[in-house]
Every structure is written in C-alpha cells, then in structure tokens.
Ligand binder design. Structure first.
Ligand code: ADP
Length: 488
C-alpha cells in the first residue's frame, strides 16, 4: 500500500552532501528511512559549490531544464545520485544562486538574495517532478526556504499537482526568512497574498509565516516545541498564525540516524563499543580525545563537551561566564567544537591558551571530531535558550555521554532528569536561563561523577538503550501523509 505513496521532499540542505545543522541531518535521514519503509521519496536540494560530486557519484541527469521566474526564463541542470543510502537525491545546479563560497552566507554576511534563490529552488523542484513524471501525493517542505512550494501548490492550480497536498516542517522558528518584497514578481507571489494571512509582515516578506499559512499540515520536530511555538516567545512572534492552524500542527520527534551515530559501528571513533564494553571503549576514546585537544592525559577526570553553532540560541551567553568558574573550582576538563559569532570564536578559541591541558577547542566544523568528542566525553553541555529538537543530546545518550540540558523543547522531551533517590535518569536538567543554574547543574554532574559511580553506571546504561530510531518517527510521518491523502 505504501508503494503508492509518493513524496517530493524539498530542502535547502541534506546530509551528507551539505549540512549546517539539524535540518541537514533530518533531510538526509528521513527520506531514506521513508524509502526503506516503502514510500517513494525523491529529495531535491541545491547543488552547492561545496558538494563533493565525485565522492557521492553525483551525475548529470538533465542539462537544460527551464523554469519561468517573473519575466525571465532560468536555465539550469539537474544532477542525481542514490549514494550513500539508496535514496534518490536530485541536485539543482544553477551557478547564479548556488555556486558560492557558502550555503546561506559567506565572509561578507548573509546572502541577501536568498528569497530569489529558494523561490527558484522550489519552482525547479516542482518542474523536476513533472520532468520525471513523478506525481507526488505529498510535497514535504522544510523551513522558510521551501515554503514557496506550499504556496505554489495552492496558487498555481496546476493540473499535474491537483492531487498533491503539502506538509511544512518547522525545524527552527527562530529563522523566518525575512526579506524585502522586491522578489514578489520574480517569485510570482500574487499581490493579494502579500498580506497578513500570507507573506507580509511589517512591510517585509516573512517566508516562515507563508509556510504556516499555506501548508496543508504543519509539523515541528518535537512535541514540546509544538507547544512552545503557540506562545509569543517560543514562536518569535508568529503564535497567532500557529494558533489559527493549531489543529493542523503536530510535533514529531526527530530520530537519530543510527547508521551514522552508533558507537558500536561508528567509523570515526578509534574504539567502537556497546553496552557491555562501554567502560573500556570510552576510556580509550577519552585518551585519544585528550591527546587530540592537548589535554592532560588522565582517565579519572570528567570531560564536559560542547558542540554547536556558536549562536545565542545555544546558550553561549550562559556558557561563556560559566567556563572559567567551572575550571577554577572543579576537577574537570572541557572541550569546545563550533563556529559562529565572532566574539564567541575568539572567546572559546582562546581558552586553551589560558587553561592549557584543561580546556581544548576547535573553532570550525568537523564531522570526525564531533564523533570522537561524543565518544570520549563524560558529559555533554546543551544550555540552549530554546531547542526545537536538538540532536546532540540524543547522540550523547546513545554514546553514554550524559547530557546537561536546559529543559526546553526537544531537550525536555528526550532527557530524563537524574533522580538521586531512585538512581534513575539519563542526564541533568535545569530550567532557569541563568549562569548560576548552569554552574550548579555542572557541579551536580561533576559531584555525581566522583561520588556516585554506581548511579553514573546506571544512567549511562539507561541512556545507551534509548530508542531514538527514525523508524518510530517515520511511522508518524506516514500516518500524517495517509491522513492527508484521504482528504482528496
Ligand atoms: P541546530 O540544527 O540548531 O544546529 P541540532 O542539535 O539539531 O542543532 O543539530 C546540530 C547538528 O550539527 C548536529 O549533528 C551537530 O553535531 C552538528 N554540528 C554543529 N556544529 C558542528 C561543528 N562545529 N562540527 C561538527 N558538527 C557540528
């Protein structure tokens, strides 16, 4: 029955080809797992300059496709691969928009023409469906970049898509895609739809809002975040629109791609391990991690680690004042991996020189280091101000690295707070957005490491057996798709 279910999945990034964060992880994994479940999915992303065509055998499929944008005809090529996981991925190759140093920004800042870039992507993706004669039951769009597709389904009245419904997934409502309205003609947005119930917001274009208004169903990436975005703070001001669509909004927790994130098979880590061998496995990885980050080699000191985009969302304003307090008052080591705001790069990147042997940092993006850090650390820091789902706290638990999280969004859904009476839990939670709350919680974890070793052992075991499988998430998406199809 699922054989008949066809999904056109459009995203601005997808792992392993191009990834800047959780959206990339999801767009890489979800279609592949849906495919595995029998759904026919075709994923479409841009062919960015950074994508390694050779490595993933990305080959030319069509070399002179065309879409009409405003008054111009844009000619582009389409590439295809189904490596590494059998999922059909199509790449839109259009140099004017995608052959650039970055994905969303470069050293000179954000690309200001991104509304042009992604309206074109959506048009090209829908044209591709036609060129392949692939009539989708569902167009699954992701975040503001692809909200145009939900709109085009409604505004075009195209016979080809007459039975197609749209699902719009909000991965992070903190990024809404706000641009000048000069793109209206190019993107073929009717002036009537540049209105409150549509694209307009304070005289500008708000692409996230358009997705909320025009999609048939809206999902977000955890049940808790689905609640939070109904409020003014959690929604960054879009709560009224979400409130109006409340009956079509559902929170589906992301899964973890355990083909990539599994300590028993992880290709990036020196010692693979499972529930029975975690002590020796993690000890070996810790040693390598300590060497890589020039930390004192010591098996008996806990390592706290942090991997994230260095943005306020990730709690860097709490973390920065806490680090030195922690390192001066607790016997521990700390590792940072991330890039982002300039002050934060200087601050966190400068700590190893000030605390040699105790703090390590790598400013930049590194897939292999991120795996080693998860495998070799004892605790993982996620003091996020908000977190739609969050993936690293899930990876951490599977790797036996206990997360320290602020109880928000998906972090609250996925981490069980340690209970000293019952010895049960998989991590440590705090609620207040305050430096003291973070400091005290790190202290609580540190004391647990030294004083309650049996509890640590119980928690690690409990964490490692958690089920964050994509199969579970997929079943929910399939149910949603099927509900939509019966609307026909
Ligand atoms: P977000 O999507 O808000 O960035 P998530 O926790 O959902 O946060 O996903 C972040 C993903 O990006 C994780 O897979 C994380 O390991 C990865 N990541 C973030 N920064 C880096 C980095 N500097 N190097 C390697 N991986 C990183």
């Amino acid at each position: 029955m699922l054989d008949n279910l066809r999904v056109l999945f459009i995203a601005s990034e997808a792992a392993p080809y191009a990834k800047t964060g959780g959206l990339g992880d999801v767009a890489g994994a979800l279609p592949a797992y849906l495919n595995q479940a029998g759904v026919k999915v075709k994923t479409v992303i841009p062919l960015y300059q950074s994508i390694d065509r050779e490595r993933y055998s990305i080959n030319l499929l069509f070399n002179s496709s065309c879409v009409k944008m405003g008054n111009c005809e844009e000619f582009y090529s389409v590439y295809h691969t189904n490596i590494p996981n059998g999922n059909d991925v199509y790449f839109i190759d259009f140099e004017k928009y995608f052959k650039r140093a970055g994905i969303y920004f470069d050293a000179n800042g954000d690309y200001r023409d991104s509304a042009y870039r992604y309206s074109f992507l959506c048009r090209a993706a829908m044209q591709l469906a036609k060129d392949l004669n692939f009539k989708p039951d569902i167009i699954h769009a992701n975040d503001w970049q692809t909200s145009f597709a939900c709109y085009y389904l409604k505004s075009d009245n195209d016979e080809f898509f007459s039975n197609t419904k749209s699902v719009f997934t909000i991965h992070n409502i903190g990024y809404q895609g706000i641009y000048e309205p000069d793109v209206l003609d190019y993107a073929k947005i009717r002036y009537d739809d540049f209105s409150s119930w549509g694209f307009e917001s304070f005289g500008k274009l708000n692409l996230m809002k358009a997705g909320i208004c025009f999609a048939d169903k809206i999902t977000t990436v955890s049940p808790h975040y689905a609640q939070e975005i109904l409020g003014p703070i959690g929604s960054n001001g879009l709560h009224m629109y979400l409130e109006a669509r409340k009956n079509d909004l559902i929170g589906i927790l992301n899964g973890c791609d355990t083909k990539v994130w599994n300590p028993a098979t992880d290709k990036y880590i020196p010692a693979n391990y499972d529930l029975n061998s975690y002590k020796t496995g993690k000890a070996f990885n810790k040693k390598i991690l300590q060497n890589m980050f020039l930390l004192q080699e010591n098996p008996n000191v806990p390592i706290f680690s942090f991997i994230a985009r260095l943005t306020p969302q990730k709690g860097i304003d709490l973390l920065a004042p806490v680090v030195e307090r922690v390192i001066n008052s607790m016997a521990c080591q700390i590792v940072f991996l991330g890039s982002g705001e300039e002050w934060a790069q200087w601050f966190f990147g400068g700590l190893p020189a000030r605390y040699p042997g105790k703090i390590g940092a790598y400013i930049g993006y590194s897939e292999d280091k991120s795996h080693l850090i998860e495998a070799g650390s004892d605790f993982f820091l996620m003091p996020s101000i908000y977190e739609p789902c969050g993936l690293n706290q899930m990876y951490s638990q599977l790797y036996g690295t206990l997360p320290i999280v602020r109880a928000t969004g998906g972090l609250d859904d996925t981490v069980d707070n340690y209970n000293e009476q019952t010895s049960i839990g998989t991590g440590f939670k705090f609620w207040d957005i305050s430096v003291d709350a973070l400091y005290n919680t790190i202290g609580w974890a540190n004391a647990t490491y030294y004083d309650r070793k049996d509890d640590m052992h119980n928690m690690i075991r409990e964490a490692m057996i958690k089920d964050y499988s994509w199969e579970k998430a997929c079943a929910k998406y399939i149910k949603l798709y099927q509900e939509l199809i019966t609307w026909k």
